[in-house]
Design a protein around this ligand. Structure first.
Ligand SMILES: [Zn+2]
Length: 374
């Protein structure tokens, strides 16, 4: 099945002007649209940090006292590499050299996922059809929860604002034990075909899994014994899963974010306006959050400019704010991490409440999907 044609309204002056302003800014002061020296140093820190934690854990005699902090540290390094290196590289924004992006993008294969499947799932599905119900794979969690207004409601979803947080911890485990293999067998992600992998693609997929399971699970069990080894693996994965899930959820599954029901037909606004209505920045002034999450707290900027390195997002955010205001476009921002987490909690609670009957008109469907957007 081919990907469904999802049409947006034609682009208007807003995005044309914004793009021109952003390009003009990047062209000044010796700026580059790719990674900065600070990001290169962070890359080295994260990769060396991961290797150090893994080697130390395997060489030291691990106890029940040390397994927890070591597992948490490993989970944080995995998440940090995902946000700062893997995500940029697979968007092609880390380096101007495609081979550098390809190699750094493969960090995902070493960390349990698949760079090939990620580029389909994240770049071609999530970025293309953000919060479009029925096609954005990121808001589809099956029967486990209701993440958007058009999804089927089940009684158990009334408690999703409580049970989702521990479930987030199993994101990575589900991903590398089940999702990647299921998607490979299915041949597509959401409505998008994965396409032929070729010999190199298959080799990378299989080798990645073998290497990951070896360092993350087999070696810890062999060195520490089954109980400590499995605990080390689980603590790292749970830490990484919670951090990863929460950061992505805070951008699209919070109260101000809008959804577009597929059944309502073409999106009534252009691509840029749709991205800005469905994506929310959070904790923009928090330098520690910005540093760790690889600028993903500037998700609205990222969704408009995914091929520009996240290192530049704090500089681009005021430009977006200014041009958006000039054109009467709302730039959604939640000021703090705490407020964004609270908003996601309330979002889950609202989606988990018994829905009112489905409206009969397209306008009604859109209004129901976006109670905060009259
Ligand atoms: Zn992205």
């Amino acid at each position: 099945m081919a990907a469904p044609p999802i049409r947006f309204a034609p682009r208007d002056a807003f995005f044309t002007e914004l793009k021109a302003e952003v390009e003009a800014h990047l062209a000044t002061g010796g700026r580059d649209r790719h990674a900065t020296m600070a990001l290169h140093l962070k890359t080295a820190f994260l990769l060396v940090g991961l290797a150090t934690v893994v080697t130390t854990a395997l060489l030291m005699s691990m106890s029940w006292l040390t397994v927890v902090p070591m597992g948490v540290a490993l989970g944080l390094f995995i998440g940090g590499i995902g946000f700062n290196i893997m995500h940029d590289a697979n968007h092609g924004s880390y380096s101007r050299k495609p081979w550098v992006n390809r190699i750094l993008g493969m960090s995902l294969d070493l960390l349990g996922g698949s760079s090939r499947l990620w580029r389909v799932k994240h770049n071609q599905v999530h970025h293309a059809w953000t919060n479009i119900e029925g096609v954005d794979d990121d808001i589809d969690v099956g029967f486990l929860g209701r993440m958007s207004p058009e999804q089927r409601w089940m009684k158990a979803h009334r408690f999703q604002h409580l049970y989702f947080w521990p479930l987030y911890g199993f994101l990575g485990v589900k991903w590398h034990w089940f999702d990647d293999f299921f998607q490979m067998a299915r041949g597509k992600i959401g409505p998008r075909e994965i396409g032929p992998l070729g010999r190199g693609g298959w080799a990378l997929f299989i080798l990645g899994k073998v290497v990951f399971f070896t360092w993350a699970l087999v070696l810890p069990i062999a060195v520490m014994g089954p109980a400590l080894g499995i605990t080390f693996y689980l603590i790292a994965q749970i830490t990484m899963g919670v951090v990863l899930a929460v950061v992505f959820q805070l951008a699209h599954c919070v109260e101000p974010a809008a959804f577009h029901p597929l059944s309502a037909g073409p999106v009534p606004v252009d691509f840029a306006r749709h991205q800005l209505s469905s994506t929310v920045d959070f904790a923009a002034g928090n330098r520690l959050v910005t540093w760790y999450v690889g600028g993903l707290n500037y998700q609205a900027v990222h969704h408009l400019f995914p091929t520009i390195s996240h290192a530049w997002y704090p500089e681009l955010s005021p430009i977006l704010a200014r041009v958006a205001e000039k054109h009467g476009v709302t730039y959604l921002r939640i000021p703090t991490l705490r407020a964004a987490v609270a908003s996601h909690y309330r979002f889950l609670k609202r989606m988990g409440a018994r829905p009112t009957p489905e409206p009969a008109t397209v306008d009604g469907l859109i209004a129901q999907a976006n109670p905060l957007h009259p």
